[in-house]
Design a protein. Sequence first.
Length: 251
Amino acid sequence: MPDTPRVSAAVLIIGNEILSGRTQDTNLAHLAKTLNGYGIQVREARVVPDVEAEIVEAINALRVRYDYLFTTGGIGPTHDDITADCVAKAFGVALEIHSQIAELIQRRPSPPEVMASRMRMARVPRGGGLIDNPLGPPGFYIDNVYVMAGIPRIMQQMVASLDGKLKRGVVVRSRSVTAFVSEGQIAKDLGAIQGRYPRVDVGSYPFQRQDRFGTTLVMRGSDAGDLDAALAEVVAMIRTLGAEPEDIQEG
């Protein structure tokens, strides 16, 4: 049987509040983990301000480079929520009021000026479809670009609704082990292990705990046999250095 293809994605995080440090982004981690479960690997992430030219440039660059582009932020009712405008401009299409979203918004009575602001969330680029959102107005997609809310709880509901609706590729799994050894101690042998397993990404992540320095070693790949073999060699390396492997995990 042919190998399962790899399906790639980028994440575009939109908002001045992220770049200013006022708001801490948690959406990237959730998206990367969830999409991996769908067989889609996040290969790049960008953060851009609420500036039309920069958003449009990023959308056009990323949507042609990867199978999917997922954006978060900038689809609310205020003047600086310009993601829908930018996506429409990137695709060269008009924005239209989507009747299904408009009907949902109009279920909650509001003063005219408030309703006018809320109706901004009903605008969808011509030819776009909807991303389900049980918590409020839907997101939307056009071609391979999926536009979601920046509020984590709402974004998580939106991406969950895409399960089974996207092109699926290989799922990347992991093995990890922790030991009180320094990166300097393991650098040479770890490089050799990486060379023997080219289909496994081997990474080392140092930490300090209880006034001791250690390293967590993570192996990621799609072949369970390669992962298990690489893990066995890493565990043996740790023991050769006189340390004890701890917290061995599969993911």
